[in-house]
Ligand binder design. Structure first.
Ligand SMILES: C[S@@+](CC[C@H](N)C(=O)[O-])C[C@H]1O[C@@H](n2cnc3c(N)ncnc32)[C@H](O)[C@@H]1O
Ligand code: SF4
Length: 446
């Protein structure tokens, strides 16, 4: 039990750690319902942006997944893609006079590579015609490792539209676990798709999941040993998060849900993965992401200090631009109805005040494990250590950070319990506010 030993050696008050289970990915979390509007002014200056596009359809939904997704239906997909084109054109109309430099595009879901060939081409053509992608650094699309997702024709379409990176959900290399998760694919199918993608010179990310109630540390080490020799540059390790409203969560709760809430067990798995991945030549650059050579530009764009703006397109997409955060309608019918009336499909939003802007830089910035104090001061006018004096003392006492006069850096504990650390930078009155998740926004009928 390496994690347990480390806990004891570090003499940590573990009551203070592991309190924030969900990933703090959106900030501030207190977005309010707004009337949809086609008159929002987007950008005023030349600027760099990241674009996220959501395709909310899956043929075989997984019980653990909280993302905004619906059962695959060809007719619904076709009409959804029409609406998406309309949304792009409304955005384009408002951007026409603006100089926008798109740095990265990420098409996620759902399972966008499950679209049939003509729909995939329609989607990529829409994106290419709507935005100037000449200076793009990276263009990613998500894939589930099913043979039907990756025909020769689809590979050619990806190349034609300059998609250069594939993010593939693998989750585990244990076929019994994959079956329990209703993934509909085996580890071997995933290996052969990885080989095909490498042959075709795509950059690859593979998503893995750990700390599921029925997973053991031994199983996870086998996962690391199985995937690390495959020649993949980027691997994501996500700790299982129980999301209210998902079928799997009900089951976990019914069975007590003890294991996945066990902080020592989580910390042990976190450390074992880190050790083994580092031995295999990967380095960890956020709580979730490992790479051999290239950090993902899209993750850099949305999290690393100083974050750039993100335009979210599609049902349930989130945006951050011109000092505002926005959430699109999550329900596809609602999303499409707004666009039919030539309205942007925004249903929630908030203009950030100055303190929310400043704290956002640190809340998300710490996900990249360090913040340069001079850079922070130069951008905000604030000395980070003076602004958060009390919080920084507590973090130092808990062993979450190290501090010198140049940098605030996460320790091993700060990396593993990074959401607790992020939460110290959240403005005090927002610390208990839950992240705006698909399941909760859907409950509001939006
Ligand atoms: C939007 S999903 C897309 C992946 C793709 N649709 C697939 O299933 O292969 C992105 C990743 O989130 C992770 N994920 C989903 N639900 C999760 C949960 N409850 N806790 C932790 N990670 C989760 C999975 O690793 C998944 O691959
Ligand atoms: S993990 Fe992927 S395939 Fe499974 S439900 Fe979520 S988005 Fe769909």
């Amino acid at each position: 039990m390496k994690g347990m030993k480390l806990f004891m050696k570090m003499n940590i008050n573990s009551e203070q750690l592991g309190k924030v289970e969900e990933c703090i990915r959106y900030y501030p979390p207190n977005i309010e319902t707004v009337e949809s509007s086609d008159t929002l002014s987007f950008f005023q200056n030349p600027r760099n942006v990241a674009i996220y596009i959501h395709i909310p359809f899956c043929r075989t939904p997984c019980g653990f997944c909280p993302f905004n997704q619906y059962l695959y239906n060809k007719e619904k997909i076709d009409s959804y893609l029409n609406s998406l084109k309309k949304e792009c054109s409304l955005i384009k109309k408002q951007l026409l006079s603006q100089e926008i430099n798109v740095e990265t595009v990420w098409i996620g879901g759902g399972t966008p590579m499950d679209l049939d060939e003509s729909d995939l081409e329609y989607l990529l053509k829409t994106v290419n015609e709507s935005f100037d992608l000449r200076n793009i650094k990276e263009f990613t699309i998500e894939l589930k490792p099913l043979q039907s997702h990756i025909t020769d024709a689809k590979l050619n379409i990806l190349k034609k539209y300059n998609v250069n990176r594939i993010s593939m959900g693998m989750q585990s290399t244990d076929n019994n676990l994959l079956k329990k998760l209703h993934r509909g694919h085996t580890a071997e199918e995933a290996y052969s798709i990885i080989a095909l993608l490498l042959e075709n010179k795509f950059e690859i990310n593979v998503d893995m999941i750990y700390n599921l109630p029925e997973q053991t540390p031994e199983q996870i080490l086998r996962d690391v040993d199985n995937i690390s020799p495959l020649g993949i540059d980027h691997i994501s390790w996500f700790p299982y998060v129980l999301h209210r409203g998902t079928p799997f969560a009900e089951n976990v709760i019914k069975n007590g849900g003890k294991d996945f809430k066990d902080k020592e067990r989580y910390f042990e798995m976190f450390c074992e993965i880190k050790d083994r991945m580092e031995k295999a030549g990967y380095s960890q650059y956020t709580p979730y992401y490992y790479t051999k050579s290239n950090q993902c530009n899209y993750h850099i764009n949305r999290w690393k200090f100083p974050q750039i703006e993100t335009i979210g397109i599609g049902a349930g997409a989130f945006s951050y631009f011109e000092g505002r955060i926005y959430a699109n309608a999550h329900n596809t019918e609602h999303y499409q109805a707004l666009l039919t009336h030539n309205k942007l499909p925004i249903v929630k939003g908030k203009k950030l005040n100055y303190f929310e802007e400043v704290s956002r830089l640190a809340v998300l910035g710490t996900k990249f494990f360090a913040i340069d104090l001079d850079d922070f001061k130069a951008l905000t006018g604030f000395d980070l250590t003076a602004l958060y004096r009390k919080e920084i003392e507590e973090m130092l006492e808990l062993g979450l950070i190290e501090l010198d006069n140049k940098k605030l850096t996460c320790t091993l504990l700060g990396k593993a319990f990074n959401n607790d650390l992020s939460n110290y930078f959240v403005l005090e009155h927002l610390r208990q506010v839950a992240q705006p998740q698909a399941t909760t926004i859907m409950e509001e009928g939006l």
